[in-house]
Design a protein around this ligand. Structure first.
Ligand SMILES: NC(=O)c1ccc[n+]([C@@H]2O[C@H](COP(=O)([O-])OP(=O)(O)OC[C@H]3O[C@@H](n4cnc5c(N)ncnc54)[C@H](O)[C@@H]3O)[C@@H](O)[C@H]2O)c1
Length: 478
């Protein structure tokens, strides 16, 4: 689906008109393109008292290719950066000439132990925000509040959520703001997530909070499971992996298949038999495989497990989903049942089969597609919202048991994404859905796909049991 308004206000005439009559002007988001550098430009670094993560950050900045400047709150950055071979300087507070020269603002709040120390956040963002360019990135790093040693530290760390989400709403211009809570001992697990939040791949992900837990390598950890930054091939992180994607014939599922294949995975797409031509057409250019199965059929899980044969699978993406909207009083039992069955119960049955047969390998990744309707509820979607909230419950309840096999399970909750599913929504509701978020536009299937590729990454072993919204920081369920 095309967003005609966004295209219009970004044309020369439309931009002039929007300016003169004060129309909102959503930014054309900068998305990842293989033919452009993913990381380049100047990042400003800030820090609170006694920051713990600067050394890990310097490693990421050095490996990714950014340059950096230290705000006065983080002068400890300068010797650290030098140790990592980084050229660095001091940030000069915004003047009229500095607007737009920064591509990202990174603040290490991990050492903040008391609300009195939150002033350093004000100093940094007050000085730097005006210098952040269009589609810039803001990432705040803290410690998981629930693991803090004192109530005051917990309080101060929890406060970071309010700051980050407000920055996302204030910054506009295609800028995103996200928060990472990095557990003590998980510093080396943070790189894949930090790269994702700094990359154009996270163009439509804003206002999110992700927890990074430590990963203890067990004796069974294999070389291909290694998550250390130096062992990861950042260009083709999924090389040698096999991924199953349900509902892969079109829309978000087709984009997921393409994103995983671009990162090196062999993708096995699943879709209903009536969509098999479209499925073949999607999988052929990806050199993937196609399995025409209805995931709701009772025999399908065993058939998929058998089709995956002894090669097994490393990544399972539960994307297939349907809507059958009606208020509950007018809804048929069949509409209720089929939505819960396809969107939720079929995921459970497929995972059970793949886990029981050992088809899903240890160290694997499960990513489920939920929805912001599952978080906020939605008029006319009792069946859909029930199924999508159930998906969140699945992720939360399965993380610990699957952790015993070093398998992670996470969900993405898309907001308004431009697909055939949302094209069916009546125009007025569709327009409201598009604009009611901090980026004032709908997302693209690729935005969900890139988020799933990040969660499937070998460097994401410390991210499990979480729900990441891909919604441009939608006001719904915020
Ligand atoms: N588009 C959005 O704005 C949006 C928002 C939130 C969540 N989602 C979720 O994202 C996922 C993909 O949505 P989309 O917009 O790409 O939808 P879509 O209708 O364009 O694609 C869904 C795909 O799933 C397949 N499918 C449906 N039932 C199946 C079954 N029983 N067995 C196998 N395959 C089946 C369909 O054939 C289709 O190819 C869904 O789970 C949806 O609920 C979408």
């Amino acid at each position: 689906m095309k967003d005609s308004y966004l295209n219009f206000v970004n044309s020369p005439f439309g931009a002039r008109l929007a300016r003169s009559i004060g129309l909102p002007k959503p930014e054309v988001l900068r998305r990842y393109r293989a033919d452009r550098p993913e990381f380049e430009g100047l990042v400003a670094i800030g820090a609170g008292r006694a920051p713990h993560l600067l050394d890990a950050l310097a490693g990421v900045i050095a490996r990714s290719g950014f340059t950096s400047v230290a705000h006065e709150s983080a002068l400890g950055w300068i010797p650290l950066a030098a140790r990592h071979g980084l050229m660095t300087g001091r940030f000069e507070p915004a003047d009229s000439g500095s607007q737009g020269r920064l591509v990202a603002l990174l603040f290490d709040a991990s050492g903040i132990e008391d609300s009195g120390e939150l002033d350093s956040l004000f100093a940094f963002f007050h000085d730097t925000l005006r210098s952040l360019g269009k589609c810039g990135r803001i990432v705040v790093l803290g410690r998981p509040p629930q693991a803090c040693a004192t109530p005051r530290q917990w309080t101060a760390q929890r406060a970071l959520e309010g700051l980050t989400r407000s920055l996302g709403k204030e910054a506009r211009r295609g800028i995103t703001a996200n928060l990472m809570y990095v557990a003590q001992g998980a510093e080396d697990e943070a790189e894949a997530t930090l790269r994702f939040f700094l990359s154009p791949r996270s163009a439509y992900v804003s206002g999110q909070v992700v927890q990074i837990a430590g990963v203890t390598a067990s004796p069974q950890t294999t070389a291909t499971e290694s998550t250390t930054a130096t062992a990861i091939d950042w260009a083709q992180p999924l090389a040698g992996k096999r991924a199953v994607v349900t509902g892969a014939a079109r829309g978000i599922g087709a984009a997921i298949a393409a994103a995983l294949a671009a990162e090196g995975a062999h993708v096995i797409g699943v879709d209903i038999p009536s969509a098999s031509d479209a499925l073949e057409a999607t999988m052929r250019p990806l050199s993937g495989s196609a399995l025409a199965f209805d995931i709701a059929a009772p025999e399908t899980p065993a058939q998929i497990a058998a089709a995956l044969d002894e090669l097994g699978v490393d990544i399972v993406v539960h994307n297939a989903g349907i809507t059958k909207d009606k208020t509950i009083a007018r809804m048929t039992e069949a509409a209720w049942h089929s939505v819960i069955d396809i969107n939720l119960a079929a995921q459970e049955r497929l995972d059970d089969a793949l886990l029981a047969a050992g088809t899903l390998r240890d160290g694997g990744r499960i990513v489920c597609v939920s929805s912001i309707s599952g978080i906020a509820g939605n008029m006319g979607q009792t069946n859909y919202a029930t199924s999508k909230a159930g998906v969140i419950g699945r992720v939360q309840s399965m993380a610990a048991p699957l952790g015993e096999r070093r398998i992670t399970i996470n969900a993405v909750a898309p907001g308004f994404i431009e697909t055939q599913m949302t094209a069916k929504i009546p125009l007025a509701i569709r327009e409201a859905g598009r604009r009611m978020n901090s980026l004032s536009q709908g997302g693209q299937p690729v935005d969900v796909a890139q988020t799933i590729a990040w969660l499937a990454h070998p460097g994401c072993a410390g991210v499990t049991g979480q729900v990441v919204r891909v919604c441009g920081q939608s006001l719904i369920g915020a």
